[in-house]
Design a protein. Structure first.
Length: 201
């Protein structure tokens, strides 16, 4: 019981310190070095040129309370392409909680042609937004291999960077639960700050 209580307290203290540091959100356009796990990024910064999306620009804020999974790939990466069915399935399963955003350095015309050919060959329509001609995100989330994934909470907190082996229903479900706890804590923290401000304490 004492161990559980101590663990809870330490978790809350950790979250509180992250909340304080989070006020210094990082801007993709002003970065001097890659972002790493535990970094906080601004949610209203355009992520780059996008296709397969309702608008001509895209930001993290567009997806409200969803966890963002940036999926780095390119048209000649067979391992990346092999993940498309799994990503599509997980997107459908967790439609209310996550959003895959595909990221590639390939030009828009090449990607559009590739996705059309992929649909004709497999019957699968890739519905996720695709950031094309990327030069920004690949620098922000430095990686040595593809496919590569960056996991970002709705508040801009970078949870992790992984390979395709971590893209599972179990991991996503666990992260969704973690976000719900985190969100509840921050809500409580905000309410306590308002109370303290109202009473002059």
């Amino acid at each position: 019981m004492k161990y559980t209580t101590l663990l809870c307290v330490l978790t809350m203290l950790c979250l509180y310190s992250q909340a304080q540091w989070g006020e210094q959100n990082l801007d993709f356009r002003e970065m001097k070095e890659p972002f790493y796990i535990d970094s906080w990024i601004k949610q209203d910064v355009p992520l780059g040129k996008v296709i397969n999306y309702k608008d001509s620009s895209i930001t993290l804020n567009d997806f409200n309370d969803k966890i963002i999974i940036l999926a780095f790939w390119f048209t000649q990466c067979t391992d990346c392409i092999a993940q498309f069915p799994k990503e599509d399935s997980l997107q459908k399963e967790f439609a209310d909680d996550i959003q895959f955003i595909m990221v590639t350095f390939n030009p828009a015309d090449k990607v559009k042609k590739f996705l059309d050919l992929y649909k004709a060959r497999t019957g699968l329509v890739v519905k996720s937004p695709v950031i094309v001609e990327d030069t920004l995100l690949s620098k922000a989330f430095r990686h040595l291999y593809n496919p590569h994934y960056a996991w970002i909470f709705p508040d801009g907190y970078i949870v992790g960077q992984t390979n395709e082996n971590f893209i599972t229903a179990g991991n996503i479900s666990a992260l969704v639960k973690e976000w719900q706890v985190r969100k509840a804590f921050f809500k409580h923290l905000g309410e306590e700050k308002k109370k303290a401000s109202a009473t002059g304490r």
